[in-house]
Design a protein around this ligand. Structure first.
Ligand SMILES: [Fe+2]
Length: 318
């Protein structure tokens, strides 16, 4: 018997109570990439973020070395002023959580630093950030990032450089590595960090985006940060290329969300090879939400039998 995985049902992309459950189950217990240390060069400058309706900021408090290290960088809850758990990786990425209820960085990401060691994240200066809202659920965007079946149709310019035939996603603990050509595994670094952050390094450029849910499950704010070794025309060419891909994804997500909200699409089976990245992260969402639901229901009424949520695994004849 082979096992195939179902997608999350369409209702999970449209429900406010479900989003509130995700917020407690997933967002308050995860780690977020805030940026490479070159994003935080100015001592005292607060770099602000809003993730799942929580305002936080990162600040360089001291300058003991050229680039800020773990002793120089701090992350705070903007509402309470409390310091939040943060971590600077050996090659220069700053991660943080939204609350102390998250596991430790190393518990959460396991072997991530081993993979990050191949890139010196101080080499590409910060150039630009942009943000805007779109009419789609945060998972609609992550679904698209985690597979490349849509690439040839949606991204004709991207597909010239990265033919989707060879595109492979390797899932690790709370992150996925995307490899465009398995014969060249060191050609760039493309990572998804569960639940909402990405990092894309190739050539002299680097971009990172955060998929930020709003309180409306059908609206998501996209936030992009761009880095490049060059400024001027070379950076602008890179920026134009990556923006083109992002706009194509944005349009696809708004159309997909319309289908989810109108009942055109309900639920389906994921391709075990080409959509393994989608299956991996959706399973994490499902498990965490299911556990949170059980825990909260159990706490609120311990006399009741614990509720169950139907399994997403489908058994088929091999
Ligand atoms: Fe795409």
């Amino acid at each position: 018997m082979a096992e195939l995985t179902r997608t999350l049902p369409a209702s999970w992309y449209c429900s406010s109570p479900l989003y509130q459950l995700e917020r407690r189950a997933v967002f308050l217990k995860s780690w977020y990439l805030l940026g490479p240390v070159v994003r935080f060069l100015e001592v005292g400058e607060k770099v602000s973020y809003e993730i799942a309706q929580q305002q936080i900021y990162a600040v360089r408090e001291s300058a003991t070395t050229e680039f800020p290290g773990p002793k120089d960088l701090k992350v705070f809850d903007a509402s309470t002023g409390a310091e939040l758990p943060s971590h600077v990786t050996p090659t220069g990425l700053l991660f943080a959580t939204l609350s102390s209820s998250a596991p430790s960085f190393h518990e959460f990401f396991g072997d991530l630093e081993q993979l990050l060691a191949r890139v010196d994240f101080t080499k590409r200066p910060y150039r630009r950030s942009i943000r805007y809202e779109g009419n789609f659920n945060w998972k609609t965007m992550v679904d698209g990032y985690q597979e490349c079946l849509h690439c040839q149709y949606t991204h004709p310019s991207f597909s010239v450089y990265y033919p989707p035939t060879f595109y492979t996603v390797y899932n690790h603990q709370n992150f996925s590595q995307h490899v465009a050509d398995p014969k060249k595994p060191d050609d760039g670094l493309f990572l998804y960090f569960f639940p909402t952050c990405t990092l894309n390094v190739y050539g002299g450029g680097m971009s990172s985006f955060r998929v930020c849910p709003t309180e409306n499950p059908g609206v998501t704010r996209m936030e992009f940060d761009y880095y490049h070794i060059e400024e001027g025309d070379k950076f602008e060419d890179y920026f134009k290329f990556t923006r083109q891909v992002a706009i194509e994804d944005f349009e696809l997500c708004e159309k997909a969300q319309t289908n989810l909200e109108r009942g055109v699409y309900g639920e389906g089976i994921l391709n075990p090879e080409k959509e393994s990245g989608v299956a991996y992260y959706q399973e994490r969402v499902f498990e965490l939400v299911q556990q949170q639901f059980k825990d909260e229901r159990y706490l609120s009424d311990s006399q009741n039998e614990r509720p169950t949520i139907t399994s997403r695994v489908v058994e088929t004849e091999a």
